[in-house]
Design a protein around this ligand. Sequence first.
Ligand code: SAM
Length: 189
Amino acid sequence: MLESLRRRLEYRRYRRAQVRQSRAKRHKDASFRLEPFVELVVERCPDLGRDARILCVGARNDVEIRIFERRGFSRVTAVDLWSSSPRIQAMDMHALAFPDASFDLVFASHVFEHAFDFDRVVRECVRVLADPGYIFCAVPVDFELSEHDRVDVKNLDGLLAHFARWRVEVLHDRLQSGELSALLRVRKA
Ligand SMILES: C[S@@+](CC[C@H](N)C(=O)[O-])C[C@H]1O[C@@H](n2cnc3c(N)ncnc32)[C@H](O)[C@@H]1O
């Protein structure tokens, strides 16, 4: 009982901290990293048609949506705990309000490190993914943990350990300048 109350309070503090940080950076334009990520997805996932259903997790603002749309993708959904953009649905990646298999690609740029419970986030992302489906993620690695940046997977193996329940094919991985990016094809069956 006390433990569950403590966890609830911790989670409330967590959400407040994430929202505070996101508000402070609401106008940030991270095209410099997002454009190459989107290009990579286009290049490595040739079967992902322009009508693919894309979910941007932790998008913060419209930048990610616009980059996908400029590349011709028309079915882009974006969520964040908080956003000033009406195009972004207020939603927690730990509890996505979408039916199973709703998306062909989950795109998470610099988001997973913010998880309160990373295994739960991975479960949710896989649940809403088609079978097979793609997950792209980029995370910082080897950093000092803080109330905002809470999960350090260290390297590709550290990331894949969270996907051990599924059959995962790594289509791309790069560890450079303190950032790991990975594109995974996930099969659930
Ligand atoms: C560093 S920003 C990344 C923004 C954008 N994807 C990019 O690459 O520039 C991280 C975003 O994740 C969001 N976030 C943190 N925890 C979240 C959660 N539990 N559910 C949904 N979004 C979350 C934050 O609000 C913030 O907007």
